[in-house]
Design a protein around this ligand. Structure first.
Ligand code: GDP
Length: 381
Protein backbone atom coordinates (compact mmCIF):
# COMPACT_ATOMS: atom_id res chain seq x y z
CA UNK A 1 0.00 0.00 0.00
CA UNK A 2 2.88 2.19 0.94
CA UNK A 3 4.42 1.80 -2.51
CA UNK A 4 1.03 2.29 -4.20
CA UNK A 5 0.52 5.55 -2.27
CA UNK A 6 3.92 6.92 -3.22
CA UNK A 7 3.39 5.93 -6.90
CA UNK A 8 0.08 7.84 -6.83
CA UNK A 9 1.82 10.88 -5.34
CA UNK A 10 4.46 10.75 -8.07
CA UNK A 11 1.78 10.53 -10.79
CA UNK A 12 -0.19 13.46 -9.29
CA UNK A 13 3.07 15.49 -9.04
CA UNK A 14 3.94 14.68 -12.63
CA UNK A 15 0.43 15.75 -13.81
CA UNK A 16 0.72 19.06 -11.91
CA UNK A 17 4.19 19.68 -13.33
CA UNK A 18 2.95 18.92 -16.85
CA UNK A 19 0.00 21.27 -16.38
CA UNK A 20 2.35 24.00 -15.20
CA UNK A 21 4.70 23.54 -18.18
CA UNK A 22 1.71 23.60 -20.55
CA UNK A 23 0.43 26.80 -18.94
CA UNK A 24 3.86 28.48 -19.25
CA UNK A 25 4.26 27.42 -22.90
CA UNK A 26 0.73 28.67 -23.72
CA UNK A 27 1.39 32.01 -21.99
CA UNK A 28 4.65 32.53 -23.85
CA UNK A 29 3.04 31.68 -27.17
CA UNK A 30 0.31 34.29 -26.57
CA UNK A 31 2.84 37.01 -25.66
CA UNK A 32 4.91 36.22 -28.74
CA UNK A 33 1.83 36.36 -30.95
CA UNK A 34 0.86 39.71 -29.43
CA UNK A 35 4.32 41.21 -30.09
CA UNK A 36 4.47 40.03 -33.68
CA UNK A 37 7.79 39.58 -35.47
CA UNK A 38 9.54 42.38 -33.54
CA UNK A 39 9.21 40.26 -30.42
CA UNK A 40 11.87 37.90 -31.69
CA UNK A 41 14.33 40.79 -31.48
CA UNK A 42 13.92 41.39 -27.78
CA UNK A 43 16.33 38.78 -26.34
CA UNK A 44 18.99 40.12 -28.75
CA UNK A 45 18.24 43.72 -27.68
CA UNK A 46 18.56 42.73 -24.05
CA UNK A 47 21.77 40.88 -24.74
CA UNK A 48 23.24 43.90 -26.55
CA UNK A 49 22.19 46.19 -23.72
CA UNK A 50 23.63 43.92 -21.09
CA UNK A 51 26.96 44.02 -22.93
CA UNK A 52 26.85 47.78 -22.67
CA UNK A 53 26.10 48.34 -26.36
CA UNK A 54 23.35 50.28 -28.11
CA UNK A 55 20.29 48.20 -28.82
CA UNK A 56 18.95 48.49 -32.37
CA UNK A 57 16.32 51.23 -32.74
CA UNK A 58 12.93 49.69 -32.05
CA UNK A 59 10.88 51.60 -34.61
CA UNK A 60 13.13 52.93 -37.41
CA UNK A 61 10.08 54.02 -39.44
CA UNK A 62 9.03 56.46 -36.71
CA UNK A 63 12.52 58.01 -36.54
CA UNK A 64 12.63 58.31 -40.32
CA UNK A 65 9.17 59.89 -40.37
CA UNK A 66 10.21 62.38 -37.70
CA UNK A 67 13.37 63.21 -39.62
CA UNK A 68 11.41 63.66 -42.84
CA UNK A 69 8.94 65.91 -41.02
CA UNK A 70 11.79 68.09 -39.72
CA UNK A 71 13.47 68.35 -43.12
CA UNK A 72 10.18 69.17 -44.84
CA UNK A 73 10.12 72.48 -42.94
CA UNK A 74 13.43 73.51 -44.54
CA UNK A 75 13.64 74.89 -48.05
CA UNK A 76 15.97 73.32 -50.58
CA UNK A 77 17.88 76.12 -52.35
CA UNK A 78 18.10 75.92 -56.13
CA UNK A 79 21.08 73.91 -57.41
CA UNK A 80 23.97 75.98 -58.83
CA UNK A 81 23.60 74.56 -62.38
CA UNK A 82 19.91 75.34 -62.87
CA UNK A 83 20.33 78.72 -61.20
CA UNK A 84 23.07 79.67 -63.68
CA UNK A 85 21.00 78.62 -66.68
CA UNK A 86 17.95 80.53 -65.45
CA UNK A 87 19.84 83.70 -64.58
CA UNK A 88 21.88 83.64 -67.78
CA UNK A 89 18.64 83.86 -69.71
CA UNK A 90 17.53 86.75 -67.55
CA UNK A 91 20.81 88.56 -68.17
CA UNK A 92 20.45 88.08 -71.93
CA UNK A 93 16.89 89.35 -71.86
CA UNK A 94 17.52 92.53 -69.93
CA UNK A 95 20.84 93.85 -71.12
CA UNK A 96 20.66 93.58 -74.88
CA UNK A 97 19.76 97.25 -75.39
CA UNK A 98 23.40 98.33 -75.09
CA UNK A 99 24.73 95.66 -77.44
CA UNK A 100 22.00 96.34 -80.00
CA UNK A 101 22.70 100.08 -79.98
CA UNK A 102 26.46 99.53 -80.40
CA UNK A 103 25.99 97.03 -83.22
CA UNK A 104 23.53 99.36 -84.94
CA UNK A 105 26.27 102.01 -85.16
CA UNK A 106 28.97 99.54 -86.22
CA UNK A 107 26.83 98.08 -89.01
CA UNK A 108 26.80 101.39 -90.93
CA UNK A 109 28.82 101.41 -94.16
CA UNK A 110 31.17 104.34 -93.75
CA UNK A 111 31.73 105.23 -90.11
CA UNK A 112 32.13 108.99 -89.63
CA UNK A 113 33.29 110.86 -86.54
CA UNK A 114 29.62 111.43 -85.71
CA UNK A 115 29.08 107.66 -85.70
CA UNK A 116 32.03 107.13 -83.36
CA UNK A 117 30.71 109.89 -81.08
CA UNK A 118 27.37 108.11 -81.00
CA UNK A 119 29.17 104.84 -80.22
CA UNK A 120 30.94 106.42 -77.25
CA UNK A 121 27.80 108.17 -76.05
CA UNK A 122 25.95 104.83 -76.07
CA UNK A 123 28.64 103.36 -73.84
CA UNK A 124 28.50 106.35 -71.49
CA UNK A 125 24.72 106.20 -71.25
CA UNK A 126 25.00 102.54 -70.24
CA UNK A 127 27.18 103.54 -67.25
CA UNK A 128 30.37 102.05 -68.71
CA UNK A 129 32.28 105.09 -67.38
CA UNK A 130 34.44 107.61 -69.22
CA UNK A 131 37.80 105.85 -69.05
CA UNK A 132 36.50 102.42 -70.11
CA UNK A 133 34.25 103.91 -72.84
CA UNK A 134 37.20 105.70 -74.36
CA UNK A 135 39.34 102.57 -74.23
CA UNK A 136 36.67 100.38 -75.88
CA UNK A 137 36.07 102.98 -78.58
CA UNK A 138 39.76 103.29 -79.43
CA UNK A 139 40.31 99.53 -79.59
CA UNK A 140 37.26 98.82 -81.76
CA UNK A 141 38.15 101.71 -84.04
CA UNK A 142 41.75 100.53 -84.39
CA UNK A 143 40.67 96.94 -85.10
CA UNK A 144 38.26 98.06 -87.80
CA UNK A 145 40.92 100.27 -89.36
CA UNK A 146 43.28 97.30 -89.59
CA UNK A 147 40.71 94.75 -90.73
CA UNK A 148 38.85 97.15 -93.07
CA UNK A 149 35.59 96.19 -94.72
CA UNK A 150 36.21 92.50 -94.03
CA UNK A 151 36.06 93.04 -90.26
CA UNK A 152 33.65 90.83 -88.36
CA UNK A 153 32.09 93.65 -86.38
CA UNK A 154 30.20 91.49 -83.91
CA UNK A 155 33.34 89.45 -83.14
CA UNK A 156 35.43 92.63 -82.78
CA UNK A 157 32.96 94.20 -80.38
CA UNK A 158 32.63 90.97 -78.41
CA UNK A 159 36.41 90.68 -78.08
CA UNK A 160 36.81 94.26 -76.85
CA UNK A 161 33.89 94.07 -74.43
CA UNK A 162 35.33 90.85 -73.01
CA UNK A 163 38.70 92.55 -72.59
CA UNK A 164 36.98 95.44 -70.80
CA UNK A 165 35.11 93.08 -68.47
CA UNK A 166 38.41 91.23 -67.93
CA UNK A 167 38.11 87.48 -68.33
CA UNK A 168 41.34 86.86 -66.40
CA UNK A 169 40.23 88.45 -63.11
CA UNK A 170 39.80 86.05 -60.17
CA UNK A 171 36.06 85.49 -59.62
CA UNK A 172 35.95 82.68 -57.09
CA UNK A 173 34.52 83.63 -53.70
CA UNK A 174 37.06 82.39 -51.13
CA UNK A 175 34.60 80.59 -48.90
CA UNK A 176 36.90 77.86 -47.58
CA UNK A 177 39.51 78.18 -44.86
CA UNK A 178 42.75 76.34 -44.27
CA UNK A 179 44.03 74.08 -41.46
CA UNK A 180 40.52 72.91 -40.58
CA UNK A 181 39.24 76.46 -40.06
CA UNK A 182 36.14 77.81 -41.79
CA UNK A 183 36.36 80.39 -44.56
CA UNK A 184 35.25 83.79 -43.22
CA UNK A 185 33.41 86.19 -45.53
CA UNK A 186 32.97 89.78 -44.37
CA UNK A 187 30.16 91.60 -46.17
CA UNK A 188 30.22 95.41 -46.32
CA UNK A 189 28.14 97.99 -48.13
CA UNK A 190 25.82 100.92 -47.66
CA UNK A 191 22.33 100.31 -46.19
CA UNK A 192 19.75 99.71 -48.90
CA UNK A 193 22.26 98.22 -51.35
CA UNK A 194 20.82 94.74 -50.79
CA UNK A 195 23.40 93.58 -48.25
CA UNK A 196 21.08 91.55 -46.01
CA UNK A 197 19.37 89.96 -49.01
CA UNK A 198 22.77 89.11 -50.49
CA UNK A 199 23.95 87.42 -47.28
CA UNK A 200 20.73 85.37 -47.11
CA UNK A 201 21.10 84.36 -50.74
CA UNK A 202 24.80 83.61 -50.40
CA UNK A 203 24.00 81.31 -47.45
CA UNK A 204 21.52 79.49 -49.72
CA UNK A 205 24.10 79.26 -52.51
CA UNK A 206 26.61 77.77 -50.04
CA UNK A 207 24.01 75.28 -48.76
CA UNK A 208 23.15 74.34 -52.36
CA UNK A 209 26.83 73.62 -52.94
CA UNK A 210 26.87 71.30 -49.92
CA UNK A 211 28.68 73.65 -47.55
CA UNK A 212 27.70 74.27 -43.93
CA UNK A 213 27.26 77.90 -42.94
CA UNK A 214 27.05 80.08 -39.83
CA UNK A 215 25.86 83.70 -40.16
CA UNK A 216 27.02 86.54 -37.91
CA UNK A 217 24.63 89.49 -37.50
CA UNK A 218 27.29 92.09 -36.67
CA UNK A 219 25.17 95.01 -37.88
CA UNK A 220 23.99 95.46 -34.30
CA UNK A 221 22.56 98.94 -34.93
CA UNK A 222 19.74 97.66 -37.08
CA UNK A 223 17.60 95.15 -35.17
CA UNK A 224 15.64 94.61 -38.39
CA UNK A 225 18.79 93.42 -40.18
CA UNK A 226 19.41 90.74 -37.52
CA UNK A 227 15.73 89.73 -37.70
CA UNK A 228 15.88 89.45 -41.49
CA UNK A 229 19.08 87.39 -41.34
CA UNK A 230 17.51 85.05 -38.78
CA UNK A 231 14.56 84.49 -41.11
CA UNK A 232 16.87 83.77 -44.05
CA UNK A 233 18.88 81.36 -41.87
CA UNK A 234 15.84 79.52 -40.51
CA UNK A 235 14.53 78.85 -44.00
CA UNK A 236 17.55 76.72 -44.87
CA UNK A 237 18.61 75.53 -41.40
CA UNK A 238 21.55 77.92 -41.03
CA UNK A 239 22.49 79.14 -37.55
CA UNK A 240 22.60 82.92 -37.01
CA UNK A 241 24.80 84.32 -34.22
CA UNK A 242 23.51 87.66 -32.98
CA UNK A 243 24.04 89.90 -29.97
CA UNK A 244 21.76 92.29 -28.13
CA UNK A 245 20.85 95.50 -29.98
CA UNK A 246 23.75 97.95 -29.79
CA UNK A 247 26.26 95.20 -28.85
CA UNK A 248 29.87 95.54 -29.98
CA UNK A 249 29.82 94.36 -33.64
CA UNK A 250 33.36 92.98 -33.28
CA UNK A 251 32.32 90.70 -30.41
CA UNK A 252 29.38 89.35 -32.43
CA UNK A 253 31.76 88.69 -35.35
CA UNK A 254 34.17 86.93 -32.96
CA UNK A 255 31.35 84.76 -31.54
CA UNK A 256 30.14 83.90 -35.05
CA UNK A 257 33.60 82.70 -36.09
CA UNK A 258 33.95 80.77 -32.81
CA UNK A 259 30.56 79.11 -33.46
CA UNK A 260 31.69 78.27 -37.00
CA UNK A 261 34.80 76.56 -35.62
CA UNK A 262 32.79 74.68 -32.95
CA UNK A 263 30.28 73.40 -35.50
CA UNK A 264 33.07 72.58 -38.00
CA UNK A 265 31.27 74.84 -40.51
CA UNK A 266 32.72 75.36 -43.98
CA UNK A 267 31.92 79.06 -44.09
CA UNK A 268 31.07 81.94 -41.74
CA UNK A 269 29.41 84.99 -43.33
CA UNK A 270 29.43 88.22 -41.31
CA UNK A 271 27.08 91.16 -41.89
CA UNK A 272 28.40 94.61 -40.96
CA UNK A 273 26.91 98.04 -40.44
CA UNK A 274 26.38 100.20 -43.52
CA UNK A 275 26.04 103.67 -42.07
CA UNK A 276 28.11 106.16 -43.99
CA UNK A 277 27.77 109.40 -42.07
CA UNK A 278 31.24 109.23 -40.57
CA UNK A 279 34.03 107.68 -42.57
CA UNK A 280 36.49 107.61 -39.65
CA UNK A 281 34.03 105.67 -37.48
CA UNK A 282 33.19 103.32 -40.31
CA UNK A 283 36.84 102.63 -40.93
CA UNK A 284 37.53 102.09 -37.22
CA UNK A 285 34.55 99.75 -36.87
CA UNK A 286 35.38 97.62 -39.91
CA UNK A 287 39.03 97.41 -38.92
CA UNK A 288 38.07 96.31 -35.40
CA UNK A 289 35.66 93.65 -36.70
CA UNK A 290 38.38 92.35 -38.97
CA UNK A 291 41.04 92.37 -36.26
CA UNK A 292 38.89 90.72 -33.59
CA UNK A 293 37.26 88.11 -35.85
CA UNK A 294 40.60 87.06 -37.32
CA UNK A 295 41.84 86.15 -33.83
CA UNK A 296 39.87 82.92 -34.38
CA UNK A 297 40.24 82.48 -38.15
CA UNK A 298 41.56 84.65 -40.99
CA UNK A 299 39.11 86.61 -43.15
CA UNK A 300 39.23 84.85 -46.52
CA UNK A 301 37.01 87.23 -48.51
CA UNK A 302 35.63 90.76 -48.10
CA UNK A 303 32.64 91.40 -50.35
CA UNK A 304 31.33 94.88 -51.10
CA UNK A 305 27.64 94.97 -52.01
CA UNK A 306 26.74 97.61 -54.56
CA UNK A 307 23.36 98.56 -56.06
CA UNK A 308 23.73 98.52 -59.88
CA UNK A 309 20.95 101.09 -60.29
CA UNK A 310 22.79 103.83 -58.38
CA UNK A 311 25.38 104.47 -61.12
CA UNK A 312 28.14 106.98 -60.45
CA UNK A 313 26.65 107.90 -57.07
CA UNK A 314 26.92 104.32 -55.89
CA UNK A 315 30.53 104.22 -57.03
CA UNK A 316 31.41 107.27 -54.96
CA UNK A 317 29.90 105.61 -51.88
CA UNK A 318 31.63 102.34 -52.70
CA UNK A 319 34.99 104.05 -52.73
CA UNK A 320 34.60 104.91 -49.03
CA UNK A 321 34.42 101.18 -48.27
CA UNK A 322 37.36 100.25 -50.47
CA UNK A 323 39.40 102.85 -48.61
CA UNK A 324 38.23 101.56 -45.21
CA UNK A 325 38.79 97.86 -45.78
CA UNK A 326 40.63 95.60 -48.22
CA UNK A 327 37.72 94.64 -50.50
CA UNK A 328 38.39 91.46 -52.51
CA UNK A 329 35.14 91.11 -54.46
CA UNK A 330 32.05 93.07 -55.54
CA UNK A 331 28.46 91.86 -55.40
CA UNK A 332 26.44 93.88 -57.91
CA UNK A 333 22.78 93.70 -56.89
CA UNK A 334 19.66 94.74 -58.82
CA UNK A 335 21.34 94.19 -62.18
CA UNK A 336 17.86 93.09 -63.28
CA UNK A 337 16.56 96.54 -62.41
CA UNK A 338 18.75 98.46 -64.85
CA UNK A 339 19.33 98.38 -68.59
CA UNK A 340 22.74 99.93 -67.86
CA UNK A 341 24.81 96.77 -67.74
CA UNK A 342 27.93 98.84 -68.37
CA UNK A 343 28.15 99.48 -64.63
CA UNK A 344 29.94 96.11 -64.34
CA UNK A 345 32.83 97.49 -66.39
CA UNK A 346 32.90 100.85 -64.59
CA UNK A 347 32.85 99.31 -61.11
CA UNK A 348 35.81 97.06 -61.82
CA UNK A 349 37.78 99.75 -63.59
CA UNK A 350 37.20 102.42 -60.95
CA UNK A 351 37.50 100.27 -57.84
CA UNK A 352 40.09 97.82 -59.16
CA UNK A 353 38.13 94.89 -57.68
CA UNK A 354 36.43 92.10 -59.69
CA UNK A 355 32.64 91.59 -59.68
CA UNK A 356 32.20 88.10 -58.21
CA UNK A 357 28.45 87.78 -57.75
CA UNK A 358 25.40 89.41 -59.32
CA UNK A 359 21.84 89.84 -58.06
CA UNK A 360 19.33 89.36 -60.86
CA UNK A 361 15.89 89.50 -59.28
CA UNK A 362 13.87 89.50 -56.12
CA UNK A 363 13.69 85.74 -55.59
CA UNK A 364 15.65 83.97 -52.82
CA UNK A 365 17.90 82.20 -55.33
CA UNK A 366 18.42 85.12 -57.75
CA UNK A 367 22.12 85.44 -56.93
CA UNK A 368 24.72 83.93 -59.26
CA UNK A 369 28.47 83.88 -59.74
CA UNK A 370 29.43 86.51 -62.33
CA UNK A 371 30.35 84.97 -65.65
CA UNK A 372 32.02 87.52 -68.02
CA UNK A 373 31.31 85.53 -71.19
CA UNK A 374 27.64 85.01 -70.38
CA UNK A 375 27.42 88.70 -69.53
CA UNK A 376 28.95 89.91 -72.81
CA UNK A 377 26.94 87.40 -74.83
CA UNK A 378 23.88 88.75 -73.00
CA UNK A 379 24.81 92.25 -74.11
CA UNK A 380 25.14 91.17 -77.74
CA UNK A 381 22.15 88.81 -77.86
P1 GDP B 1 20.25 96.32 -47.01
O1 GDP B 1 19.68 97.53 -46.33
O2 GDP B 1 21.49 96.68 -47.77
O3 GDP B 1 20.44 95.18 -46.11
O4 GDP B 1 19.20 95.94 -48.15
P2 GDP B 1 18.16 94.75 -48.26
O5 GDP B 1 18.86 93.46 -48.34
O6 GDP B 1 17.12 94.89 -47.21
O7 GDP B 1 17.54 95.04 -49.73
C1 GDP B 1 16.91 96.22 -50.08
C2 GDP B 1 15.88 95.92 -51.17
O8 GDP B 1 16.54 95.57 -52.38
C3 GDP B 1 14.95 94.76 -50.85
O9 GDP B 1 13.65 95.12 -51.22
C4 GDP B 1 15.46 93.63 -51.72
O10 GDP B 1 14.44 92.73 -52.11
C5 GDP B 1 15.97 94.39 -52.94
N1 GDP B 1 16.99 93.64 -53.66
C6 GDP B 1 18.15 93.12 -53.19
N2 GDP B 1 18.84 92.53 -54.18
C7 GDP B 1 18.11 92.65 -55.32
C8 GDP B 1 18.29 92.24 -56.70
O11 GDP B 1 19.29 91.64 -57.10
N3 GDP B 1 17.30 92.58 -57.57
C9 GDP B 1 16.19 93.27 -57.19
N4 GDP B 1 15.28 93.56 -58.11
N5 GDP B 1 15.99 93.67 -55.91
C10 GDP B 1 16.92 93.36 -54.99
Amino acid sequence: MGSLGSTLLIVIGAVIALALVAAIVYGLARRRAARGTGGEQRPLDDAVKSLGGQAPVEAPEAAAAEEAGGAAALEVPEAPGSRLRRLRERLAGSKSALGKALLAVLSRDQLTQDDWDEFEETLLLADVGAAASDEILEKVRAAMRVEGASADRVATLRRELLAAVDTAAPRTVQDQGEDGLPGVILVVGVNGSGKTTTIGRLARLEVAEGNSVVLGAADTFRAAAAEQLTTWGERVGVEVVRGPEGADPASVAFDAVAAGIDRAATTVIIDTAGRLHNKTNLMAELEKIKRVASKRAPITETLLVLDATTGQNGLTQARVFTEAVDVTGIVLTKLDGTAKGGIVIAVQKELGVPVKLVGLGEGPDDLAPFDPEAFVDGLLA
